[in-house]
Design a protein around this ligand. Structure first.
Ligand SMILES: NC(=O)C1=CN([C@@H]2O[C@H](COP(=O)(O)OP(=O)(O)OC[C@H]3O[C@@H](n4cnc5c(N)ncnc54)[C@H](OP(=O)(O)O)[C@@H]3O)[C@@H](O)[C@H]2O)C=CC1
Ligand SMILES: CC(=O)N[C@@H](CCC(=O)OP(=O)(O)O)C(=O)O
Length: 345
């Protein structure tokens, strides 16, 4: 198959290049740009030189179907809202890595993203691509809305508790930390080296755009779940997210019963690994891979459950999950091109 990447010069695009290179069903990758037409991808990313030789080309939806079968949009908010419909009507599959099509209520999108929402019919057509909990819908989708990085770690971590109604619904607190690649390639005063090295920052207190995305999905699983507390932080590393999730048990629990529920929930999932009793994952243990690793424990003293969920934000949190969705949409084995062992140390 032939795939196109819009936004190939960004971090999500670069990770798509790395992963698609080893995908056996991808014969051709076409690179599109909004600002660097004619530039060779090697000039932006020397690490893929000799592997990719393409020059970036501008996007023309009228000729798209002659060039590619599937388009990955690794672009900032607003682009997919404008382009997804045209790409789908041209006859191509769309996998959108941005948040444009994730929120079902346009008013909610406009409140949190502070920009105009995509047309409602486009939002309705898009399927939320969290394969572990939404595989059936993804199989027949033509437009995928790839989950955000924090929601991926958080929802995979919370799903067994919420789906099995094990917690006080109003007790969820998510304390999340991310490496700086989550902010994309453009330098900013918040993420540049002197600001972030030997530093640890809280940001967007009670305002992060992933809050409504997490709530929307939790409420689909259990409509009793009210608004949650989710708080992101920046840590001085490049890749990785750790979501530490706290919730109060609504019944008597044992450590073993809790772990059994997590193990059963994910026993058939290739990319979710549950740590054994007393072990908790670190971000480096998923670095460069499509895994989400989860550790869980119950504090009998406080009645609180702690879940630790880690992903590589650029892989399971973005491009790896996008390829997982691509595989499901096209009937390929779900882990095709994604069987990467994490890099360590
Ligand atoms: N980085 C991460 O960990 C994650 C990112 N995401 C989401 O994925 C998307 C891409 O993120 P990321 O790669 O980090 O971002 P970057 O800022 O690194 O790259 C975005 C790319 O989009 C292209 N672009 C910018 N404006 C336009 C436009 N108007 N039309 C078309 N293309 C445009 C640019 O390429 P060019 O100038 O060549 O067009 C740019 O290289 C974002 O929506 C982000 O929120 C989701 C999960 C995790
Ligand atoms: C560290 C950092 O800045 N992370 C980004 C998360 C990027 C992301 O996943 O955003 P989308 O929802 O647009 O895909 C942020 O907090 O906005």
């Amino acid at each position: 198959m032939r795939v196109g990447i819009i936004g190939a010069t960004g971090y999500g695009g670069a990770e798509l290049l790395r992963l698609l290179h080893q995908h056996p069903h991808v014969e051709e990758v076409v690179l599109y740009t909004s600002s660097k037409e004619g530039m060779n991808i090697q000039d932006s990313y020397p690490h893929v030189s000799t592997i990719y030789h393409q020059t970036l080309q501008s996007i023309d939806h009228t000729s798209l179907k002659q060039e590619v079968d599937t388009v990955f949009l690794a672009t900032p908010p607003g682009v997919s809202a404008e382009w997804s419909r045209k790409i789908a009507e041209a006859g191509c599959q769309v996998i959108d890595l941005s948040g444009d099509l994730r929120l079902e209520d346009p008013a909610v999108y406009e409140k949190w993203y502070k920009r105009e929402a995509a047309p409602l019919d486009l939002i309705k057509e898009a399927v939320y691509g969290l394969p572990e909990w939404n595989r059936k819908e993804i199989e027949t989708a033509n437009i995928i809305s790839n989950p955000g990085c924090y929601p991926t770690a958080t929802l995979l971590g919370l799903a067994p508790l919420v789906k099995n109604k094990l917690i006080e619904t109003d007790s969820i607190i998510v304390d999340a930390k991310s490496g700086t690649s989550g902010a994309g390639r453009s330098p900013s005063a918040i993420t540049h080296f002197s600001e972030m090295n030997e530093n640890f920052k809280i940001y967007q207190i009670n305002q992060h755009k992933h809050i409504p995305e997490i709530e929307q999905n939790l409420q689909k699983w259990d409509k009793e779940i009210p608004n949650i507390t989710f708080q992101p932080h920046l840590v001085p590393m490049v890749r990785g997210i750790m979501a530490t999730i706290y919730a109060k048990a609504n019944q008597e629990l044992t450590e073993k019963a809790l772990r059994d529920i997590y193990e059963q929930s994910y026993e058939n999932e290739r990319f979710v690994r549950i740590r054994p009793e007393g072990a908790y994952p670190a971000t480096k243990e998923v670095y460069g891979s499509n895994y989400c690793d989860i550790g869980v424990t119950f504090d009998e003293r406080t009645g609180r459950i702690t879940v630790v969920s880690v992903i590589d934000n650029v892989v399971k949190g973005a491009s790896g999950q996008a390829i997982q969705n691509y595989n499901i949409m096209n009937g390929f084995e779900e882990s095709t091109g994604l069987t990467l062992v994490p890099m360590y140390p």
